[in-house]
Design a protein around this ligand. Sequence first.
Ligand code: NAD
Ligand code: UDX
Length: 460
Amino acid sequence: RMEIKKIACIGAGYVGGPTMSVIAQKNPGVQVTVVDLNKSRIEAWNAENLDELPVYEPGLDAVVAEARGRNLFFSTDVEGAIAEADMIFISVNTPTKTYGKGKGQAADLKFIELCARQIADVATSSKIIVEKSTIPVRTAATIKSILDHTGKGIQFHVLSNPEFLAEGTAIQDLHNPDRILIGGEDKGAIAALKSIYEAWVPSERIITTNLWSSELSKLVANAFLAQRVSSINSISELCEVTGANVDEVAHAIGQDSRIGSKFLKASVGFGGSCFQKDLLNLVYIARSYNLKSVADYWEQVILINDHQKTRFAEKIIQSMYNTVNGKKIAFMGWAFKKNTNDTRESAAIYVADHLLDEQAHIAVYDPKVQADQIYKDLDYLGTRTADENKELLSVTPDPYEAAQDAHGLAVLTEWDEFKDLDWKKIKDSMKKPAFIFDGRKLLDREKLEGLGFVYYAIGE
Ligand code: NAD
Ligand code: UDX
């Protein structure tokens, strides 16, 4: 049995940071070092003031406070950490390719390959390599091939151990996972990784499979979750024209234990760094094996999601007398979901882009997202220049200022605090008729209509 004394994790992002913090918290006898090339990110992980951690997750500060400096370290010394470790997690980003073959669909594995090469260069003792990143099925074969050609006679075992945490509930999910999935070939390596998790996860929740099942299961889990959201979102449009209410439909079908009640909340569309990327990846893999029907089936999940974002923006324009030119629209929320500062693929970005094309003025309030991130998200689309984006869109730390003199207000993120805003004050400060477009079905229709708002919510 291989004993793990030192763990390294390459990649200190939304997954590497929180995951390793919990592994260190629960395994005080194991030294865990998280490394990243991004110096400012590592500095932020080492910040004395825990409000400055680079990832905002409820409860993360307490875990870091407990373990950091004891057996949890954040560093830019990638080579040093690799050299010392018995077990190395690869938790780098695997974004959608933006160039060449598979552009816009395939996963870009250059960071994964760089990690494998760096491990091959630096290692002088045998190691267990754990794929934590989400990767296309059969990536372990690539990693293994690179590691097997070092010519140093060192043994490497490659395991797949996908991460299922959701942002905003990362610590809760890590502390109490539905399951831990470990794919691999070598029994000793699997047992070594299992023992790390057994420090807090009941053994029966640790599933072991072959490498390919584990790699593929991650893509499939995200595809199924996203599919539920697109399914209910497609029904939301049907509800709007038939008098059915999508929340009532979701509740009615969710009570069937075969369907289940989770992930049936209609919305302005799913966002986040995973769903779209992993669906595209799955579609690309299916196409690459010539499985056209399979690819088309899963692609539809993305197309419905795009449709939902467009539909929401068009609903805003159409309701406001078919023009938003020069009108101010307040955005409540920019993050892709509540309780995170992550904005990757957030529906807000695409809805804003659509409205800005119509020359609307947007004022954004989000409790956790910084202004420079919001501009970065818009500029990245390349629809207009950075100066034009700055001119048309403003960001404010005060929700009431965002709503002041606005013709309309759109809820893009389901932050709890929005429910408790002083909606009377907001109504009084807005232009009339004061429109609300609730992309999250967060607010209370009766109350808002009582105050005199014109209220639209998805799927009603
Ligand atoms: P991220 O972009 O937040 O973090 C990745 C980090 O890796 C970055 O800080 C980057 O600087 C670093 N990095 C890249 N190449 C490196 C190298 N060669 N050496 C050292 N550092 C390097 O990404 P993330 O959201 O943490 O996602 C990481 C992986 O986990 C992805 O494959 C993703 O699909 C998967 N995943 C993400 C989530 C999520 O909720 N974000 C959940 C499950 C799985
Ligand atoms: C997802 C998976 O849930 C997680 O297991 C995986 O590890 C990473 O990808 P994440 O993207 O962080 O997690 O958040 P998630 O809660 O899944 O939400 C994704 C998007 O779907 C968000 O924009 C959310 O608002 C939206 N969503 C989710 C809905 O619109 N309706 C729902 O019912 C659920």
